[in-house]
Design a protein around this ligand. Structure first.
Ligand SMILES: Nc1ncnc2c1ncn2[C@@H]1O[C@H](COP(=O)(O)OP(=O)(O)OP(=O)(O)O)[C@@H](O)[C@H]1O
Length: 252
């Protein structure tokens, strides 16, 4: 299976000694990979390094075979992302905002704006100022921007935060559709285990900055009644293992 992303020995320690430690991770074409972990486990840190927003102390990230650190433009060419809650110029409308995003992609026509607004269910609000949007609507707009360049890899940090039930279902259907129809590979961080169980083919569990477990959802579920059950079990084991270990690198 074609390799889309390769993370090797990734380590980032903030001044407070927290962060992530020695993460290895691989994304293969077509994966919908769920990154699970409690608050402070290191999910955002990992995604920020993968998209070049912060630099690691050690380790490398290769996207499509290009190193994010020194071949950034090539590495990011086929990547869409939504990292932490999106900040917008809130005096512009949804369409105007997406038009600004299009400035980064001169090869893409204006008709794509209508298309991506339709994907996320925001067509009726295309002409409305973002200032009047709810949190969930902003999340949807950020997702629309992430898929704008027809990416082959999409990295999403807590994408369902602030979404209502309908929004969550719509999001799930959208990811599944983009995965099936366009073959897009996804890395999605979330606390929402049930969401990831229904959506992902593979998951990794981050705990206190370390990737303590990963695998195919179908395999993990063969020995557990649910992903939630499996997840809680893994966190418990990791905590027990940590008692005799070094001071934790995360605060989870
Ligand atoms: N800029 C920073 N300076 C110092 N510590 C930080 C910084 N950013 C994150 N941390 C710490 O690093 C650890 C990992 O944080 P991170 O935001 O990556 O976790 P997370 O898994 O995304 O958490 P959440 O689910 O709460 O968003 C936490 O202990 C956090 O307090």
């Amino acid at each position: 299976m074609e390799q889309i992303a390769r993370v090797t020995g990734l380590t980032k320690e903030y001044r407070n000694k927290r962060g992530i430690r020695n993460i290895d991770l691989e994304l293969r074409k077509g994966d919908i990979y769920g990154l699970l972990g409690p608050n402070g486990a290191g999910k955002s840190t990992l995604l920020k390094i993968m998209t070049g927003l912060i630099r690691p102390d050690k380790g490398t990230v290769a996207l499509f075979g290009y190193n994010v650190d020194n071949e950034f433009e090539n590495a990011m060419r086929k990547v869409g992302c939504m990292i932490e809650s999106a900040d917008f110029y809130d005096y512009v409308t949804a369409s105007q905002y997406l038009k600004l995003v299009l400035n980064f992609y001169p090869e893409i026509g204006l008709e794509r704006i209508t298309e991506v607004l339709g994907y996320v269910g925001l067509s009726p609000y295309a002409g409305e100022r973002i200032r009047h949007f709810s949190t969930g609507m902003k999340q949807k707009l950020a997702l629309a921007a992430a898929v704008m360049p027809n990416p082959e890899l999409v990295l999403l940090d807590e994408p369902t935060n602030g979404l209502d039930i309908e929004g969550i279902v719509l999001f799930r259907e959208l990811v599944k559709r983009l995965s099936e129809e366009k073959g897009i590979t996804f890395l999605i961080s979330s606390h929402m285990i049930h969401e990831l169980e229904q959506l992902c083919n593979r998951v990794g569990i981050l705990q206190q900055g370390k990737l303590v477990q990963e695998g195919e959802v179908s395999e993990l579920l063969s020995g557990s009644p649910s992903l939630e059950h499996y997840y809680i079990e893994q966190l418990r084991k990791a905590k027990e293992g940590n008692r005799d270990d070094q001071p934790a690198s995360g605060n989870a």
